[in-house]
Design a binder for this molecule. Sequence first.
Ligand code: SIN
Length: 316
Amino acid sequence: MPSAEQRVVILGTGGTIAGSAARAQDHTGYTAGALTAADLLASVPALAGQALEAESVAQLDSCDMDQATWLALAAAVQRHLARPDVAGVVVTHGTDTLEETAAFIHYTVRATKPVVFTAAMRPATAPSPDGPQNLVDACTVAREPGAQGVLAVLGGLVHAGLGLRKVHGYRVDAFSSGDAGPVAVLEDGRVRRFRDWPTGGDCAAALMKGAARGHTDWPVVDILTSHAGARGALLRAAVAAGAKGVVLAGTGNGSVHRELVAAAHEAIAQGVRVLRASRCQLGGVVGESQSGLPSAGEITAPQARVKLLLELVAAA
Ligand code: SIN
């Protein structure tokens, strides 16, 4: 069993896990991010007496997540991971864009200790909230000997941050690791691991450059979805509005409507980076396409956007 003596730092960013509703039965009508990280920690009796610290980085509904918060979070994660007394870091986050922030931290922070994202689908005021168990489990994983990398602990599953996707808008079991499957599960407070802990951090230089530029001066990267009747005009408008990168969430195995393909090739000729992902929730893009547009491979469109953004920051 991991020892409760090993210090874990909980970094709060908001979300439903820190949400408060006027009525206990409200699972959707509530204010996300109402509680600070310290409030959240104090509301979970099972964590009392453990060596824990709480720090609020933000109190956002994660649909409003932004680059400034990503930079502040990455700096806080790095600062605490560097402390010899800290076993790992837990990040509490809204479920809606958790996969994007997890990808950002995966790419930018060399996490030789665990960085464990967690969240909740039900607000803290619900009769049966999922947040307290998720927080307890996340702290367990943050202390797990040998664990490392960016992870997400939700509903008793330990996912790698890269590859994570939210696949349901309401149910408590809202997340999937896609084809890779979870890294581990929690059973009676113990971690049973199925595959290697993730490694990342290969865009650390982009983080330094991005921080030096400040959060307002990063290249614009947009996501556009392909669908029946898709219009190239939207992609041309994105480029005219300053997009330096575009991720196309294609149909099926990343196929893209011919109108968007034509506009994408025009954009590439103007120096815009274009990547083809899939709008399907599970799986990614396999092989090449006759469209000639580069593939994002197995990562989802939202995570491909984060990677492309960091590549453009590094190159600028
Ligand atoms: C959010 O993403 O901040 C709100 C929704 C949630 O956490 O489930």
